[in-house]
Design a protein around this ligand. Sequence first.
Ligand SMILES: Cc1cc2nc3c(=O)[nH]c(=O)nc-3n(C[C@H](O)[C@H](O)[C@H](O)COP(=O)(O)OP(=O)(O)OC[C@H]3O[C@@H](n4cnc5c(N)ncnc54)[C@H](O)[C@@H]3O)c2cc1C
Length: 440
Amino acid sequence: MSEGNLEKNSKSALVIGGGIAGIQAALDLADMGIHVDMVEKKPNIGGRMAQLDKTFPTNDCSICILAPKLSECYRHPNITLYSYSEVQKVEGENGNFSVDILKRARYVKEDECINCGVCTEKCPMRVIDEFDRQLRKRRAIYMYYLQGVPAIMTIDKDNCLWFTKNACRICEKVCEREAIDFEQQDQQIKLTNVGSIIVATGYNLIEDIDNEVLRNYGYQKYRNVVTALEFERLLSASGPQEGHVKRLSDGEKPKKIAYLQCIGSRNDRSRQYCSSICCMYTTKEAMIAYEHNNELESYVFYIDIRAGGKGFQSFIQRGENDYNIKYIKSKIAQITIDNKENPIIVYEDLDNGEIKELKVDLAVLATCIIPPEGIEKMSEVLGIELNEYSFIKTPPFDSTETSKEGIFTCGCVHEPMDIPRSVSEASGAAAKAAEVIRGG
Ligand SMILES: Cc1cc2nc3c(=O)[nH]c(=O)nc-3n(C[C@H](O)[C@H](O)[C@H](O)COP(=O)(O)OP(=O)(O)OC[C@H]3O[C@@H](n4cnc5c(N)ncnc54)[C@H](O)[C@@H]3O)c2cc1C
């Protein structure tokens, strides 16, 4: 069925989560002529992929691959997007669910805002930016990220001077389109006749909930220790350093970078699983950093290399041979700094048991992937089971099924995985959902 032609009287599908997995599932279903309602918690769709600079295994530009999918999803006549929204209640069963959605007020009129940016420029507030973390501050009226879809501003009520101190309203004064609406209310939306649901709410990283584990490695104690996701933002042309990697302490270009693997996972009793993508993305980050400066030395401190995908092992070898990356099988004891704030990695070399030190200019932590915030509530609302680490439980031989009929899953919400696998699973989940909706 061609795009835009909706099956008459048919049931719709609900996709929860607008990362790459949710987007792919929605597009597949919509192209089959099935109406999709997509619910995304953040102001914009795109998920974590929007934060990445390049993506392994091809090292293509992440936003260049993602952006066409974002606009296709937003403009597709068979997809209704509820951004800045959450699913509150689900009733019914396989083939016939009803769903209550809370659409949060942005305090900006969606059909008036043209994302000109004047309000953001004039907003006096500076707050921590969730997208770029400790690297940049954003304003209280903001776009979640530059290329975000839908391209509409959002007022963060918790930091806006009008909501906190009854003052300011500068954004309202400078908006020529009169798009600011401080009276806007949250909306309740009810969907009925939902045939099937796909949960694609992705992942969080350990630093999102617990900086204590990272502080043991000097994070937020030493300025030249950053997380891998922050390093993606440093590498990115649209990031806070416009793609010129510099140290946070003095703005100098690093000449030696250490990458520390398995931070918060595998050693830790509560998170014994492997985050599965870090060996690959670390090599990718070291390769891209080398492309910025080909005198760079990179050191990867690892427990063992897990590169189990097509061409993945040769990717690691390419890193070693062509990008000046040294892989050190080791156990990290601690990180300290010298008087120039250079991180010093103290480690046990597992090849010979010796305790050694390496002084570098910058250290990058590959932090543990954890289930997304609010997963317990989501599992209650949907009536689906979680596994021992609170990822969605799936049966051993079908990674798209959940414990409840008619509810499917894809992407990192059930286990850490890379983008290619998230996309293939999304197509699998979409096919299963379509089967329910069309009655086999
Ligand atoms: C540092 C780093 C580098 C990486 N590099 C690569 C790489 O080079 N190549 C590669 O293949 N993979 C890479 N990855 C992995 C990649 O990020 C994931 O494979 C991919 O983002 C998974 O997509 P997803 O849609 O499952 O999850 P996400 O990208 O997390 O998207 C989930 C979406 O669901 C939304 N959501 C969450 N909770 C709710 C809720 N309750 N209701 C509604 N919406 C909700 C979120 O806001 C988000 O938009 C990297 C990961 C990291 C951490």
